[in-house]
Design a protein around this ligand. Structure first.
Ligand SMILES: Cc1cc2nc3c(=O)[nH]c(=O)nc-3n(C[C@H](O)[C@H](O)[C@H](O)COP(=O)(O)OP(=O)(O)OC[C@H]3O[C@@H](n4cnc5c(N)ncnc54)[C@H](O)[C@@H]3O)c2cc1C
Length: 374
């Protein structure tokens, strides 16, 4: 397993495990540890005005969902797999050469190695995807379709009283969100804004801080505190969000997994469920058959679920980041309306449909394949 991060950092953005993801975690015997790492569900979501007054609120639609800091979930999975998996951190795959008998992987730093199979699980801008599906595929264009949404996440330690709510403050074209983290005074923050196109260096955090400070300079509520905390946050991350659409997920002995293959709509919170469920199905199929049949079985099973998660929910990106003052009022009105019984049930049923993936039971011995994953 190779990852460009030099060390696995705890914390980070909260990612959501619902039906499918929780089933896999349970089958791995890790549910208690993941539950321990999860954030408290809280009272639900509240929209707040400039003065922090709640203008609309809704209770959680899925009480069983687990929102877990990304780094903590990665740590739990890494600890569970460490006895059988070699982790190479601070490196990446630079080239792949396939022949009938296997794949030779060239790394940025480590010596080249030969594998039976390679799994590209390196996120929505997957470099492995660009090696197998063609140059330029890792950024906008061929496979990555930007949503026109830029998103920063970080953990702040600030004395902000959220009173148990995930609070959201909208200004036209800008959204700030904060919810309680696990540690004392800890707040998980997301700042998003809309823009048609924006070129930025993905590694330049100081540049991202300046950009966000400029965009959010006139926004009040708790934003001035959050902007200050942002610069000191160790888990700050900034990304352009979008969807990945591919007409196939495997290329010879190389297969794509998770966001690299099918990054869903950023409004669906389904990426982690799909990535975990996909890893489970891929492993199960590989234990049962040769890689060609296994890759076909994996894609055949998962693709309909991935495509469902790629559909934008009603209102699209504007439901998360309204661009006008009228849009902000409409969003508030819609949330007031959705707190009532039947509408809330409909939303809960719609959300559950995407995450209900009837996972097969694989009860097969492994076949001792040598596989590289990035
Ligand atoms: C800003 C942001 C906010 C999000 N918010 C939510 C949310 O609220 N709820 C939710 O459920 N999901 C959220 N997601 C989506 C969620 O994080 C993903 O869907 C999920 O993590 C998919 O898992 P993955 O393993 O496919 O990709 P990732 O978790 O992205 O993992 C990819 C891995 O590949 C590594 N990598 C990348 N490039 C290279 C390279 N060149 N060489 C080597 N390694 C590389 C990365 O370091 C990383 O460890 C968010 C994503 C982003 C970017």
């Amino acid at each position: 397993m190779v990852d460009r991060e030099r060390r696995l950092r705890p914390g980070g953005r909260a990612v959501r495990l619902t039906d499918a993801g929780t089933t896999v975690i349970t089958r791995m015997g890790l549910l208690d540890r993941v539950r321990e790492a999860a954030l408290k569900p809280g009272r639900g979501v509240a929209l707040v005005d400039t003065f922090g007054r709640i203008t609309a609120s809704t209770p959680p639609t899925d009480y069983d969902a687990l929102d877990v800091p990304h780094g903590d979930l990665v740590r739990i999975l890494q600890q569970a797999t460490a006895p059988k998996v070699t982790y190479i951190l601070g490196d990446g795959i630079a080239d792949l050469e396939q022949d009938a008998g296997g794949v030779t992987a060239t790394f940025g730093k480590a010596a080249p190695r030969r594998f039976d199979l390679v799994v590209g699980a390196d996120g929505p801008h997957s470099p492995v995807r660009s090696l197998v599906a063609g140059p330029g595929a890792e950024m906008a264009g061929a496979h990555f379709q930007p949503a026109g949404l830029h998103w920063a996440t970080f953990t702040a330690v600030e004395e902000i009283n959220l009173d148990g709510w995930s609070q959201i403050h909208h200004a036209p074209g800008l959204t700030a969100m904060a919810r309680e983290g696990r540690g004392p005074g800890e707040v998980k923050v997301a700042l998003c804004f809309r823009t048609r196109s924006l070129s930025f260096d993905p590694h330049d955090n100081a540049g991202h801080h300046d950009l966000l400070a400029e965009r959010f300079a006139k926004v009040r509520w708790q934003v001035p505190y959050l902007l200050r905390a942002m610069r000191a946050a160790p888990d700050f991350r900034f990304a352009s969000l979008g969807r990945v659409r591919l007409d196939r997920w495997s290329y010879g002995r190389v297969v794509l997994l998770g966001d690299a293959a099918h990054c869903p709509s950023p409004l669906k919170h389904a990426g982690t469920d799909l990535a975990v469920a996909g890893a489970y199905v891929l492993a199960g199929e590989l234990a049962a058959a040769d890689h060609r049949s296994a890759y076909t079985g994996y894609e055949h099973f998962l693709r309909p679920h991935a495509e469902l998660a790629q559909r934008q929910p009603p209102g699209g990106v504007a439901s998360l980041v309204p661009t006008t003052a009228l849009g902000v009022h409409l969003r508030t009105a819609v949330m007031r309306w959705t707190r009532y019984g039947p509408v809330r049930d409909l939303i809960a049923a719609r959300d559950a449909r995407g995450s209900q993936i009837p996972l097969p039971d694989y009860n097969l011995p492994g076949r001792g394949l040598r596989a590289a994953a990035a």
